[in-house]
Design a protein around this ligand. Structure first.
Ligand code: FAD
Length: 466
């Protein structure tokens, strides 16, 4: 009997899928945003998908896979962008989508199973006038566990910073990959061991997240004659201490008109746009603020839209973050994107300078966030892709201008992040996954401790090459 057949026999009673087409489909995420990852990961597939419904079932799967040296890659909803959830060494795809209960809501906090959909958590929290502090633009499909293990921040980060910041995750329950899996309760400093670790050193089964006051946020689109004007307006708005917003995203012409097809009747091809969420009570103040900018034209506000538009238009949050890119890819599948940090206090000057330098080849898209207490912006500019070499060169030019790239064209934690070993995550992997079976190939420090991050060489996971 093969290891997999023996595993299936041992896991009898659990939901196991081995139809190759379905397994392949459940082995993929949004890696195809990147032409480089598309080439590298197109053939990646697991061998089995095991869908678990409880922490006890997670433990059962991990124990059985540990005994047989079978890799396990966790999957929430598979909306990650960098092949994070793709099983590079095959094995089991551990599907958490059915561990989806919202367990408890109290003042200021929610406890939920890791596979709970983010929008479902918000819906439950709203009954007590609360909502999550931040969510990715994929909140209607993504899981809270996947957001913590793979995401960074999103709508709400203008007020609260990112997931990496103290206080934005309260507690996690984590199962280890050992002969006898342990269940650990993590809080405080320990959270950094597993958050944004792509599930390489433990499976999150339960989360506790902070809540804030909920509003029926008003969707607003404001038009400008230039991207620089939109960026300056966004920066000034983000710095208005009394004006409550949840999202501010300047997007350069012609992207809004070309990509936001269902909002097109409100847009003009030569206009850059700021996509904004404003608290309803702040709309009068917001209108007064706009009045100070002669070049700002309010193109759309959902509180004045027709019933029909309110029902049929996608929410403005789904025009922002990586939904901007997704809408672009639907119109022009040859584009791709970057993730750039424009550091405070030079963020606007740098964002505008780089947009002007590249012209139509790299078109601006900014997301305002609080970063270490300062308002600054990330960029997810759209790249009119030609070759891998040119894409690398574009990234290098950004770095030469003092704008770090969080490379969305790499599947490893280090290359996509700080380009150095995360000692805390590595140490915890040694303890919690001694055989290296969790999501293999994603942590270079584990696979190849001698890898030279300063070499600009791309890491190639040997398991993938074979
Ligand atoms: P998955 O893709 O299934 O998993 C992500 C990673 O976490 C994988 O490495 C997986 O193995 C691991 N993982 C999943 N669940 C667990 C668990 N319980 N325990 C341990 N490891 C686990 N991201 C943002 O941060 N902000 C955004 O605004 C944003 N916008 C996006 C827009 C679009 C259109 C797309 C396609 C992606 C976007 N993303 C964004 C990326 C992604 O959608 C989010 O990070 C999302 O929260 C991931 O959740 P998921 O359930 O799909 O996770």
């Amino acid at each position: 009997m093969t290891d997999l057949a023996a595993l299936k026999a041992e896991l009898e009673g659990l939901a196991i899928e081995d139809n190759p087409q379905i397994v392949r489909q459940k082995s993929r995420d949004f890696f195809w945003y990147s032409p480089i990852l598309k080439r590298q990961l197109e053939e990646v597939t697991g061998d089995l998908v095991v869908t678990v419904r409880s922490e006890a079932e997670v433990i059962r799967v991990l124990k059985a896979c540990y005994a047989r040296d079978i890799p396990v890659t966790t999957r929430g909803a598979g909306t990650g962008n960098y092949g994070q959830a793709m099983p590079l060494s095959g094995g089991v795809v551990l599907n958490l989508a059915e561990m989806n209960q919202v367990l408890e809501i109290s003042t200021g906090a929610v406890r939920a199973e890791a596979g709970a959909i983010i929008a479902t958590i918000d819906e439950a929290a709203r009954k007590s006038g609360q909502e999550l502090r931040m969510h990715p633009s994929t909140s209607r499909t993504a899981t809270i566990g996947g957001f913590i293990a793979g995401g960074s921040g999103g709508i709400g980060s203008i007020n609260w910073g990112g997931l990496r910041d103290f206080g934005n995750i309260l507690k996690l329950r984590v199962v280890t990959m050992e002969e006898e899996p342990r269940v650990l309760e993590m809080s405080g400093e320990d959270l950094h061991k597993v958050s944004h670790a792509y599930g390489t050193n433990g499976i999150i089964t339960e989360v506790e997240m902070p809540l804030t006051a909920a509003y029926d946020w008003v969707d607003v689109l404001v038009g400008f004659d230039s991207f620089a004007d939109a960026a300056r307006f966004g920066d000034a708005l983000a710095n208005q201490d009394g004006l409550l917003t949840k999202e501010i995203a300047p997007i350069a012409a012609p992207l809004p008109y070309d990509y936001f097809l269902r909002h097109r009747k409100y847009l003009h091809s030569n206009q850059s746009v700021c996509a904004i969420l404003v608290a309803p009570f702040a709309m009068d103040a917001f209108a007064a603020f706009c009045g100070r900018y002669a070049d700002a034209t309010v193109l759309y506000r959902s509180d004045r839209a027709s019933e029909e538009d309110r029902k049929t238009l996608p929410p403005v949050s789904e025009l922002t973050w990586n939904h901007t890119t997704l809408r672009g890819l639907r119109v022009d599948p040859t584009i791709t994107y970057l993730q750039v940090l424009y550091p405070f206090p030079d963020h606007i000057r740098k964002a505008v300078q780089l947009a002007e330098l590249f012209g139509d080849e790299v078109v601006g898209h900014l997301e305002f966030v609080r970063f270490d207490g300062k308002v600054t912006c990330f960029g997810l500019p759209v790249v009119r892709y030609t070759t891998e070499e040119r894409l690398e060169e574009i990234m290098r030019i950004h770095e030469e201008h003092g704008c770090p790239i969080f490379n969305p064209h790499r599947y490893t934690l280090e290359e996509g992040g700080m380009k150095q070993t995360d000692e805390v995550q590595l140490a915890f992997k040694k303890e919690a996954d001694p055989k290296g079976l969790l999501n293999p190939g994603k942590m270079i420090a584990w696979e190849n401790p001698d890898f030279d991050f300063s070499s600009r060489q791309t890491y190639l996971f040997p398991g993938l090459a074979s």
